[in-house]
Design a protein around this ligand. Structure first.
Ligand SMILES: C=C(O[C@@H]1C=C(C(=O)O)C=C[C@H]1O)C(=O)O
Length: 429
């Protein structure tokens, strides 16, 4: 017999991303996996210990972790309350490089968590020894992941009725903008490996923030679920050097001509309705700066930005928090901005009320916010759109459209279809 007992290399001994992710699922430990826009490294954290609860998101105080906040959780802008979110601590941290090589970070969690951390590592090793081969990393993975769309016969009519109703309310002067959303359900042939879907989205959308968040049963009283997204919209970020960023993103068109060729961003034409819709979002952000008497911000745009299969109008805002001596700006702006008029409307209370009374689904984390906090001394929170909720083999996709009094219900429906395509195309790989 030819000996096949060559010593395993260090590489073969290292767990793969899917080993660690699967162990988090098997042990009911919440986990978050993400890749920042235009970066190669992916990050994974596992939360050990206590059940997740909603907590105030104070970027200056929280220990490293990942926040995921509900849409329907606005704070009263007149009270000094902080935005709330479910918060996963980075008790175990891993970096996954461009070749799929996993590097654990040697930060020991707090002493009381050590036994849990050890037990987790044992489970990961057991998964490896059980012969679960680490799959090749990257979107090139050949495993077919099949899914079919579930037909929802009344979905289009219900959505268009809600749009027509919103248009009437805006023509009557009740509010100026509202974002109405709908869902689309798909059924996977078998429970998908989320790390493959995540890798595919990363490869398809290098400029997006891509994330997958595992919330075990009972988080916020809900069944076990995984939220997956590839969002183009930054809500609030504060870099290690103290630079604060946010964007006003709105207006949507396909990034392709009808014959399938890609448009250049410079060739995108925008209607008056879209220009006004985006200007409302910009005005809202500037209104927030005014409220806190911040004058020294840099505004760039609006410019056309490509987001996967779509294009949007985007204005970027940056502030040097060191120069203006305002270290809490990120925390304060998160409280003031969420939910922005890009996903809710203006004025916010009226738009929110309309959404709550006219949408037939609970948005949960759709149009909430998600992202790493105090990881490598930086925090990056994104508006949680272009997302889906996975429960077993069933995924619910969410997509919305910003409406003004000039909106056409059928066009808005098509816009939500295009937004659903971002994830559907990306996941097909
Ligand atoms: C609400 C969504 O997207 C938002 C709404 C947009 C619009 O109305 O044109 C554009 C970008 C996003 O700010 C979504 O993708 O579900």
């Amino acid at each position: 017999m030819i000996a096949s007992s060559a010593k395993p290399t260090a590489r073969q001994l290292a767990p793969s991303l899917s080993h660690i992710w699967q162990t988090a699922l098997d042990t009911n430990q919440p986990a978050a996996l993400w890749r920042l826009p235009n970066q190669t490294d992916k990050r994974l954290i596992v939360h050990l210990g206590d059940k997740l609860t909603e907590q105030p998101i104070d970027l200056d105080e929280l220990r490293p972790g990942f926040a995921i906040g509900l849409f329907d959780n606005p704070t009263d802008p007149n009270r000094e309350e902080m935005a709330k979110a479910f918060y996963l601590h980075a008790d175990l941290q891993y970096t996954i490089d461009g070749n799929g090589q996993v590097e654990p970070k040697r930060d020991v969690p707090t002493a009381s968590l050590n036994p849990l951390a050890d037990a987790f590592q044992v489970r990961v090793r057991a998964a490896m020894q059980a012969g679960q081969e680490p799959r090749p990393s990257g979107a090139g993975s050949l495993s077919a992941i099949e899914f079919t769309e579930t037909t929802q016969p009344d979905a289009q009519r219900n959505f268009e009725d809600a749009v027509a109703e919103a248009v009437r309310a805006m023509q009557a002067g009740k509010f100026w903008k509202v974002v109405i959303s709908r869902t689309k359900t798909i059924e996977f042939a078998e429970q998908p490996d989320v790390t493959i879907l995540f890798d595919r989205l990363c490869a398809a959308y290098p400029a997006a923030f891509v994330s997958a968040v595992w919330l075990p049963e009972g988080t916020g009283g809900a069944p076990a679920q995984i939220w997956l997204s590839a969002t183009p919209e930054r809500l609030v970020s504060v870099e290690a050097d103290g630079v604060f960023r946010t964007v006003a993103l709105a207006g949507t068109q396909s990034a392709y001509y009808p014959d399938g060729t890609l448009k250049r961003t410079a060739d995108a034409l925008w209607s008056q309705k879209e220009i006004e819709e985006q200007a409302l979002v910009s005005r809202y952000i500037i209104g927030c700066f005014k409220k806190i008497r911040l004058r020294e911000y840099v505004e760039e745009g609006p410019k056309t930005a490509q987001a996967g299969n779509l294009m949007h109008l985007c204005t970027q805002y940056t502030v040097d928090t060191n120069a203006v001596n305002f270290p809490q700006l990120g925390t304060v702006m998160l409280r003031l901005l969420h939910p922005t008029s890009a996903v809710c409307g203006m004025p916010r209370p009226e738009a929110l009320h309309f959404i709550q009374t006219h949408e037939r689904h609970d948005r949960r984390f759709y149009a909430g916010f998600a992202g790493p906090v105090n990881i490598d001394a930086a925090s990056h929170l994104f508006v949680h759109i272009r997302c889906l909720k996975l429960e077993g083999k069933t995924a619910t996709l969410y997509a919305g459209a910003g409406l003004t009094e000039d909106s056409d219900p059928q066009k808005e429906w098509l816009e939500t279809e295009m937004k659903c395509q971002t994830l559907l195309r990306g996941m097909r790989g």
